[in-house]
Design a protein around this ligand. Sequence first.
Ligand SMILES: NC(=O)c1ccc[n+]([C@@H]2O[C@H](COP(=O)([O-])OP(=O)(O)OC[C@H]3O[C@@H](n4cnc5c(N)ncnc54)[C@H](OP(=O)(O)O)[C@@H]3O)[C@@H](O)[C@H]2O)c1
Length: 259
Amino acid sequence: MDLGIAGRKAIVCASSRGLGRACAEQLAEAGCAVVINGRDEARLAATAAEMAKRYSVKVTPVAADLATPEGQKALLAACPDPDILINNNGGPPLRDFRELTREQMLDGVVGNMVVAIELIQKTIGPMLERRFGRIVNITSGSVKMPLAGLDLSSGARAGLTAFLAGVARSVADKNVTINHILPGAFDTDRLKGTLKKLAETKGISLEEAAKQRAASVPAKRFGQPDEFGAACAFLCSAQAGYITGQNLLIDGGVFPGAF
Ligand SMILES: NC(=O)c1ccc[n+]([C@@H]2O[C@H](COP(=O)([O-])OP(=O)(O)OC[C@H]3O[C@@H](n4cnc5c(N)ncnc54)[C@H](OP(=O)(O)O)[C@@H]3O)[C@@H](O)[C@H]2O)c1
């Protein structure tokens, strides 16, 4: 399927690996020039080099911490007027909510809510003028279904979702869409970290922890990042202009609701 976005410019935040990288790869495959990002310069450079070899589009790495104003400035300097913005970031670590300090809570809200809003504030103007914009926020299945120890992550992301629900409607007539993708368990470094903690807590091996977690998913496996990236690229396509303000849950059937 031709997604109709060849030649478009995309900023994909937090994309040196994992789900962000998968989104960047699928957008590059669709012909978009992509700015990719992460804090670890060497890892980011390696990803950029691999992508530049694989796709015939411009791939610009920007090593920067998204949580800082300087980091955001660097991203926007590399691509001041993106057609597509994918908001992603690391998530707060698993922690009992009683242990969270005020500073950790504020950092979590900044990282998983405020940064995305700030980047939208700074990029949406030209999208509205051009009558084309696609914004996708990577949040979490925990927005719909709480996960023990991830309360800060769920709260900050739910805040982002609610904040943007009104914004999405206010720009829909300009062919600018804002949607969210909610991952369940995807096979990335982040998941490996969570499984390691689970194995330690239960006193079982990492393999056993992975087996148990996968068994709890109706699909009986973890999601692959490219499955996630493909959905993201579709939401950024020319054809997806009538889809806005939506929360697409991709979790192999974990969420038990009929709707
Ligand atoms: N994988 C899952 O099963 C799952 C499930 C639910 C929700 N999620 C959420 O989805 C998002 C992506 O998850 P993932 O599994 O792809 O994570 P991941 O494999 O850990 O990758 C995270 C990416 O974000 C970058 N990053 C982290 N903090 C950053 C910062 N402050 N500034 C710039 N880049 C930053 C990392 O690069 P550097 O480390 O070099 O900065 C890396 O490229 C996270 O918010 C996660 O909580 C994931």
